[in-house]
Design a protein around this ligand. Sequence first.
Ligand code: PEP
Ligand code: MN
Length: 350
Amino acid sequence: MLVVMRHGATEEEIQQVVAAIEEMGYEARVLPGRQRTTVGVVGNDGRVDPSRIAGLSGVQECIPVTKPYKQVSREWRPQSTVIRLAGGVTVGAEDVVMMAGPCSVESEAQILEAAHAVREAGAAILRGGAFKPRSSPYSFQGLGKKGLELLARAREETGLLIVTEAMDPEGLDAVAEVADIVQIGARNMQNYSLLKKAGRCAKPVLLKRGLAATIQELLLSAEYILAEGNPQVILCERGVRSFDPATRNLFDVAAVAVVHGLSHLPIIADPSHGTGHRDMVIPMARAAVAAGADGLLVEVHPNPDRALSDGAQSLYPAQFAQLMGEVRLIAQAIGRRVAEPAPAREGIRA
Ligand code: PEP
Ligand code: MN
């Protein structure tokens, strides 16, 4: 951290800052300048809390120079993290992993139909919420445990892996029992007790960016999971709030490149929640893969017009099949390929 002193700060004020830094156990380096003096904090192996120093007399501002996160950073681990899932599917390596399915699990027929459709198009992972965090308490809240059972059934029938959301620490174990990847949704990105619990679980975690979260906040939330001992975190860009209602959220494609620079963790993109409109999902999905996303999370419903949640942004199965073809071409153009789904169980229609 650098402590910038006000123009005309007295020697006594500078020495007060030096004393405070030394009292905190660090070394202080006074750097006199033509306009003002700066005091550097040395010897810290993490971020220094500026609150003690910022209020001292003569201090203009405290500028952090060390990133507040550690284990998620590329400095900590230069090589990219590769997450290995059942059936040989990997996230964060060469493959672009397609995760697709309805917003919510609604019924046995609906989830099985969706699973077969996305499997046929070539997706490797089935998405679908059994526990749904809805903005309104009167909206469909998901089928709960029954939804988890139906997801397990869909995996058995199709061989697709499952990503599904855990909403609270109490419910996480039941979700982790069924899920191949436990999703933490945008509304829960800063639910620290849930993050800590996910950090103690043995399953990979898909952590979605919060509705108004900076990339630094997303990485700090991931740091909670790693700090508890779970290194298997996949980040997800899903758009942030903006002033413009033309799209549901502002889909931040640049976040993919930013995260790849700052962190070794894989990042996928969710153009469904990122745009909110089915017609915009395909172009934004293409853009995300071209930008280097390690996968996509796409809402697909066998009958979007009758969906109990997020129908307007859900692709028809035929649209998803078209998208898969395009993603294959884009992946190839940038030296990647689309992950193959794990083989379906013998004797079962894939
Ligand atoms: C979802 O994936 O259906 C979901 C609720 O997404 P988000 O948390 O990004 O809003
Ligand atoms: Mn949804």
